[in-house]
Design a protein around this ligand. Structure first.
Ligand code: RTL
Length: 208
């Protein structure tokens, strides 16, 4: 019995070590210029609380000063039941690791969420798939992540190519999120069927 308990404890410790946020491997030699352009979210792991629902499309750009910015559009529910199409903006602050950014984001409408999150690029081939990860809260005693979100991005609205799936599964396992994702559907081209939230508040615009 004692041996069984010791084995269980060892297993728990090794899991915690593997899943420590500090040990997560990110994209080597990340090239933000090759990352620019349109990415369709085809899978996502939600954080706690409100989040983008579906029809999520992100567009990354490099400004003249070399910094990265992005826009994202997707369906969200506000005030508990109101489905709207949200336009979001983000600026990225660089860190010593080129694949790890701090992302400040806000909505075109003041009704939308604002935030300041980690934004890590776990892996990408730039032309087909990208895996993004963000840990919002770490567990103090073992360094694992308590509240995270992650997107699987594809350059193709139809999803990942079959040949990229194994790599994506491997990376999901490495970041300890395998089995936690759900598919993101793309049924509303640019959310056109929904009220754009700008028209609710008179088009207040938070351009970059
Ligand atoms: C992702 C990358 C591109 C730029 C931005 C991103 C995240 C947006 C988020 C939006 C949440 C909105 C909510 C609105 C409801 O009030 C990572 C796609 C801005 C997290 C919850």
């Amino acid at each position: 019995m004692l041996r069984f308990i010791v084995a269980l404890c060892l297993l728990a410790v090794s899991w915690a070590q593997d899943c420590e946020v500090a040990n997560i491997q990110v994209m080597q030699n990340f090239n933000k210029t090759r990352y620019t352009g349109t990415w369709y979210a085809v899978g996502k792991k939600d954080p706690e609380g409100l989040f983008l629902l579906d029809n999520i499309v992100a567009n990354f750009e490099i400004k003249e000063d070399g910094s990265m910015t992005a826009t994202a559009r997707g369906r969200v529910i506000i005030f508990n039941h109101w489905e709207v199409c949200a336009d979001m903006f983000a600026t990225f602050e660089e860190t010593p690791d080129p694949a790890k950014f701090r992302m400040k984001y806000w909505g075109a409408s003041a009704m939308l969420q604002t935030g300041d999150d980690d934004h890590w690029v776990i892996a990408t081939d730039y032309d087909n798939y990208a895996i993004q990860y963000s840990c919002r809260r770490r567990n103090e005693w073992d360094g694992t992540c308590e509240d995270s979100y992650s997107f699987i991005f594809s350059r193709h609205i139809t999803g990942l190519r079959p040949e990229d799936q194994a790599m994506v599964v491997h990376k999901k396992r490495e970041i300890c999120l395998l089995g936690k994702y759900r598919q993101v559907s793309h049924t509303l081209g640019k959310c056109e069927a929904l009220t754009p939230i700008d028209s609710i508040n008179g088009g207040e615009f938070a351009g970059l």
